[in-house]
Structures are given as C-alpha cells and as structure tokens.
Design a protein around this ligand. Structure first.
Ligand SMILES: [Zn+2]
Length: 198
C-alpha cells in the first residue's frame, strides 16, 4: 500500500538533497518519478529543485490554486510514475494536501512531501500543519544549532544580522537570511525572557 510521507525540517537541513537522492534511487532502478515544487521559491529558477551542495533536477511547479490530483492524473496519463516528490511542501494549501492524500489512496502511488515545519515566528505553515495531520509516516531531516543540539526552529535576520521578530510568514526577494537554532537559542534570539510564551 502506498503512503503519504512528510519529511520535515528547519531551514538549511538539506531536505532538497535528501529528496533528490531518493528520487535518484528510483530512477537508477528504471522507475520514473514526478517532481513538484512551489512556484514561490525561485532560488533555482522556476521549475527546478536544487540543493546547496550543487545537485538539481527539473520539476513542475505548483501554485495555490492548482488541483494536484488533476495535475498528477494528467501526468500519469503520459506514463507510469513510481513515486511523487513534493519540495517546499510547507507552501501547499490544506486542499492540496488532501489532493495528495487522494493520489495515495485512490491511485496507490506514494507521495513524499518535504517541507519546513515552522516559520520564523515558531508557527506551523498551513501545508505542514495539514501534512502533520494526514501523513502516514513522518521523518525529521535533522540539522544542528550552533551549540550542537538539534535545531528545530529558525530565525529570520536582516542584512545586518539583526533578528526579525515580525513580518509576513513568506518573504520573497528580500535580503533576509535564515539561521536554524535549537528552541532555547531561538527563544534567546527572539527575546523571550519569560511570560506568556514560556
Ligand atoms: Zn542551541
């Protein structure tokens, strides 16, 4: 039976590398894969999944209004696919995660989604929240904080290295950078000295 997988991480954990390696393993065994990524991420140019260590692969892009069940059904009409990979899965809408679940259930094809769990303010992305609710299996792609502990949180910094505590969940085309931290160092960076958030 096919499953819906959610591979989650914080920023810079190498999830695209893990995705590309997993897809490569299928293709090496003469099985086709179908790759999707969010249009919002144009780091590697539209329609490409790229990792920071230099490998990449062509991918279709999805927008919030796309019906992914229909899109995948159209792709399957062109030929068999052994697995479907979705990068930047935090940008999926709730409906799109359900569409991927229908692909798994009704077409019996595994869907492997890779995405960030929380934003820079410590809130779940909508796509990730739905994946956490619906996925059959979840795996964490790990990276470490500067202190050596597992990083689970991310801070957004401006071009001067100042930590930003406010702003939109998704920021496109700015000079912001992201640093992954453990929860304790994220709290320190965000100025949490106690009170309501503790
Ligand atoms: Zn730390």
């Amino acid at each position: 039976m096919a499953k819906l997988y959610f591979n989650y991480s914080t920023m810079n954990a190498g999830k695209s590398t893990v995705l590309l390696q997993a897809s490569h393993n299928y293709r090496e065994n003469n099985m086709q894969t179908y790759l999707l990524t969010a249009r919002i991420d144009d780091r590697a140019g539209t329609g490409r999944i790229a990792s920071r260590i230099g490998i990449g692969a062509e991918a279709d892009v999805f927008l919030p209004d796309d019906d992914l069940f229909e899109r995948i059904t159209a792709r399957l009409a062109e030929g068999d696919v052994a697995a479907i990979f979705v990068d930047e899965a935090q940008f999926l809408t709730r409906d799109q995660v359900w569409q991927l679940a229908r692909v798994v259930d009704d077409r019996n094809i595994p869907v492997l989604a890779y995405g960030l769990r929380v934003d820079f303010q410590g809130n779940l992305f909508p796509g990730s929240a739905t994946l956490l609710a619906l996925a059959d299996e979840m795996r964490e792609v790990r990276t470490i904080c500067q202190c050596g502990k597992k990083a689970t949180m991310v801070v957004r910094q401006d071009d001067q290295g100042n930590v930003l505590t406010e702003g939109d969940q998704v920021q496109i085309g700015g000079n912001e950078t992201y640093v992954s931290l453990c929860r304790r160092h994220w709290r320190e960076a965000m100025g949490d000295t106690g009170g309501a958030t503790r």
